[in-house]
Design a protein around this ligand. Structure first.
Ligand SMILES: Nc1ncnc2c1ncn2[C@@H]1O[C@H](COP(=O)(O)OP(=O)(O)OP(=O)(O)O)[C@@H](O)[C@H]1O
Ligand SMILES: [Mg+2]
Length: 155
Protein backbone atom coordinates (compact mmCIF):
# COMPACT_ATOMS: atom_id res chain seq x y z
CA UNK A 1 0.00 0.00 0.00
CA UNK A 2 1.48 3.40 -0.94
CA UNK A 3 2.41 5.76 1.83
CA UNK A 4 1.82 9.47 2.01
CA UNK A 5 4.53 11.91 3.05
CA UNK A 6 3.85 15.35 4.47
CA UNK A 7 6.24 18.03 5.66
CA UNK A 8 5.26 20.12 8.67
CA UNK A 9 7.08 23.38 9.39
CA UNK A 10 5.64 24.17 12.82
CA UNK A 11 3.87 22.76 15.87
CA UNK A 12 0.64 24.44 14.72
CA UNK A 13 0.94 22.93 11.25
CA UNK A 14 1.29 19.42 12.72
CA UNK A 15 -1.82 20.01 14.85
CA UNK A 16 -3.83 21.18 11.85
CA UNK A 17 -2.61 18.22 9.79
CA UNK A 18 -3.87 15.96 12.57
CA UNK A 19 -7.24 17.70 12.53
CA UNK A 20 -7.51 17.24 8.76
CA UNK A 21 -6.58 13.57 9.01
CA UNK A 22 -9.23 13.05 11.70
CA UNK A 23 -12.01 13.83 9.24
CA UNK A 24 -11.33 10.59 7.34
CA UNK A 25 -10.93 8.27 10.34
CA UNK A 26 -13.57 5.71 11.32
CA UNK A 27 -13.52 3.15 14.14
CA UNK A 28 -12.26 0.51 14.53
CA UNK A 29 -8.80 1.86 13.85
CA UNK A 30 -5.39 1.45 15.46
CA UNK A 31 -3.03 4.39 14.91
CA UNK A 32 0.64 3.67 15.62
CA UNK A 33 2.70 6.82 16.21
CA UNK A 34 6.43 6.27 15.94
CA UNK A 35 9.42 8.58 16.13
CA UNK A 36 12.12 9.60 18.57
CA UNK A 37 11.57 11.67 21.74
CA UNK A 38 10.14 15.06 20.77
CA UNK A 39 9.39 14.00 17.20
CA UNK A 40 5.84 15.29 17.57
CA UNK A 41 3.72 12.19 18.31
CA UNK A 42 1.71 13.86 21.09
CA UNK A 43 1.42 17.06 19.06
CA UNK A 44 -0.08 15.15 16.12
CA UNK A 45 -2.35 13.21 18.53
CA UNK A 46 -3.60 16.56 19.83
CA UNK A 47 -4.72 17.45 16.31
CA UNK A 48 -6.26 14.05 15.61
CA UNK A 49 -8.16 13.77 18.91
CA UNK A 50 -9.45 17.35 18.88
CA UNK A 51 -10.33 16.88 15.20
CA UNK A 52 -12.43 13.85 16.16
CA UNK A 53 -14.38 16.24 18.36
CA UNK A 54 -13.96 14.34 21.62
CA UNK A 55 -11.76 16.84 23.50
CA UNK A 56 -10.45 20.38 23.32
CA UNK A 57 -6.87 20.79 22.17
CA UNK A 58 -5.69 22.08 25.55
CA UNK A 59 -7.11 19.02 27.31
CA UNK A 60 -5.03 16.57 25.26
CA UNK A 61 -1.76 15.95 27.07
CA UNK A 62 0.86 13.25 27.06
CA UNK A 63 -0.28 9.98 28.67
CA UNK A 64 3.33 9.08 29.55
CA UNK A 65 2.67 8.67 33.28
CA UNK A 66 -0.99 7.67 33.19
CA UNK A 67 -0.51 5.21 30.29
CA UNK A 68 -4.01 5.67 28.86
CA UNK A 69 -6.28 8.67 28.35
CA UNK A 70 -9.84 7.76 27.43
CA UNK A 71 -12.15 10.12 25.53
CA UNK A 72 -15.81 9.37 25.02
CA UNK A 73 -17.92 11.30 22.54
CA UNK A 74 -19.18 10.70 19.03
CA UNK A 75 -16.55 7.95 18.95
CA UNK A 76 -14.51 6.28 21.67
CA UNK A 77 -10.85 7.30 21.58
CA UNK A 78 -7.92 5.94 23.57
CA UNK A 79 -4.58 7.78 23.65
CA UNK A 80 -1.83 5.49 24.92
CA UNK A 81 1.87 6.03 25.59
CA UNK A 82 3.92 2.87 26.12
CA UNK A 83 7.25 4.67 26.63
CA UNK A 84 7.59 3.62 30.25
CA UNK A 85 6.45 0.06 29.66
CA UNK A 86 9.20 -2.50 29.33
CA UNK A 87 7.74 -5.87 30.17
CA UNK A 88 6.18 -7.66 27.20
CA UNK A 89 3.85 -9.45 29.58
CA UNK A 90 2.40 -6.17 30.76
CA UNK A 91 -0.28 -6.10 28.05
CA UNK A 92 -2.98 -7.93 30.00
CA UNK A 93 -1.94 -6.79 33.46
CA UNK A 94 -2.06 -3.16 32.31
CA UNK A 95 -5.68 -3.49 31.24
CA UNK A 96 -4.79 -2.86 27.62
CA UNK A 97 -7.21 -5.53 26.41
CA UNK A 98 -10.04 -3.03 27.01
CA UNK A 99 -8.63 -1.00 24.11
CA UNK A 100 -9.86 -3.48 21.55
CA UNK A 101 -13.05 -4.56 23.34
CA UNK A 102 -15.30 -2.44 21.13
CA UNK A 103 -14.78 -0.44 17.92
CA UNK A 104 -12.72 2.60 18.85
CA UNK A 105 -9.94 4.80 17.58
CA UNK A 106 -6.80 3.79 19.47
CA UNK A 107 -3.68 5.98 19.20
CA UNK A 108 -0.47 4.46 20.55
CA UNK A 109 2.83 6.28 21.06
CA UNK A 110 5.93 4.05 21.36
CA UNK A 111 4.02 0.99 20.02
CA UNK A 112 7.34 -0.84 19.54
CA UNK A 113 7.49 -1.26 23.33
CA UNK A 114 4.93 -4.02 23.20
CA UNK A 115 3.62 -6.76 20.97
CA UNK A 116 0.18 -5.57 19.88
CA UNK A 117 -2.27 -7.99 18.35
CA UNK A 118 -5.37 -6.81 16.51
CA UNK A 119 -7.25 -7.57 13.30
CA UNK A 120 -8.29 -3.91 13.01
CA UNK A 121 -7.18 -1.59 10.23
CA UNK A 122 -3.86 0.02 11.16
CA UNK A 123 -2.57 3.48 10.32
CA UNK A 124 1.20 3.74 10.80
CA UNK A 125 2.41 7.29 11.24
CA UNK A 126 6.15 7.89 11.48
CA UNK A 127 7.41 11.31 12.55
CA UNK A 128 10.96 12.38 11.81
CA UNK A 129 12.89 15.38 13.04
CA UNK A 130 14.23 17.13 9.93
CA UNK A 131 15.33 20.50 11.34
CA UNK A 132 14.40 22.75 14.30
CA UNK A 133 10.69 23.04 13.62
CA UNK A 134 10.46 20.82 10.58
CA UNK A 135 9.07 17.29 10.74
CA UNK A 136 8.52 14.67 8.07
CA UNK A 137 5.31 12.73 8.61
CA UNK A 138 4.86 9.44 6.75
CA UNK A 139 1.47 7.76 6.79
CA UNK A 140 0.70 4.21 5.63
CA UNK A 141 -2.48 2.25 6.05
CA UNK A 142 -3.08 -1.48 6.25
CA UNK A 143 -6.67 -2.63 5.93
CA UNK A 144 -7.42 -6.33 6.50
CA UNK A 145 -9.74 -7.94 3.92
CA UNK A 146 -12.73 -7.97 6.21
CA UNK A 147 -12.60 -4.18 6.47
CA UNK A 148 -11.53 -3.62 2.88
CA UNK A 149 -14.77 -2.11 1.63
CA UNK A 150 -14.53 0.97 3.78
CA UNK A 151 -11.64 3.38 3.86
CA UNK A 152 -10.50 4.71 7.19
CA UNK A 153 -7.59 6.89 6.24
CA UNK A 154 -5.84 8.78 3.51
CA UNK A 155 -3.08 6.38 2.60
N1 LIG B 1 6.68 20.77 13.05
C1 LIG B 1 6.52 20.34 14.32
N2 LIG B 1 5.66 19.33 14.59
C2 LIG B 1 5.50 18.87 15.84
N3 LIG B 1 6.15 19.36 16.92
C3 LIG B 1 7.03 20.36 16.72
C4 LIG B 1 7.25 20.89 15.41
N4 LIG B 1 8.17 21.88 15.51
C5 LIG B 1 8.52 21.95 16.80
N5 LIG B 1 7.82 21.05 17.55
C6 LIG B 1 7.97 20.88 19.00
O1 LIG B 1 8.53 19.59 19.23
C7 LIG B 1 7.97 19.04 20.43
C8 LIG B 1 7.26 17.74 20.11
O2 LIG B 1 6.86 17.20 21.33
P1 LIG B 1 5.85 15.98 21.45
O3 LIG B 1 5.52 15.85 22.88
O4 LIG B 1 4.74 16.12 20.48
O5 LIG B 1 6.78 14.78 20.96
P2 LIG B 1 6.60 13.22 21.20
O6 LIG B 1 7.02 12.57 19.93
O7 LIG B 1 5.23 12.94 21.70
O8 LIG B 1 7.69 12.91 22.32
P3 LIG B 1 7.71 11.75 23.42
O9 LIG B 1 8.40 10.58 22.80
O10 LIG B 1 8.50 12.34 24.54
O11 LIG B 1 6.30 11.42 23.81
C9 LIG B 1 7.02 20.09 20.98
O12 LIG B 1 7.70 20.88 21.91
C10 LIG B 1 6.64 20.87 19.75
O13 LIG B 1 6.24 22.20 20.05
MG1 LIG C 1 4.52 11.98 23.38
Amino acid sequence: MPSVEILSRSTEETISQGRELAASLRPPLLILLTGELGAGKTTLAKGIISGLGVAAEEDITSPTFTLIHTFTGRVKVFHVDLYRVSDVHDFDTLGLEELFAEPAIVLIEWPERMRLRTDWPVLRIALEHVADDVRKITIAETVPDKFARRSSGTA
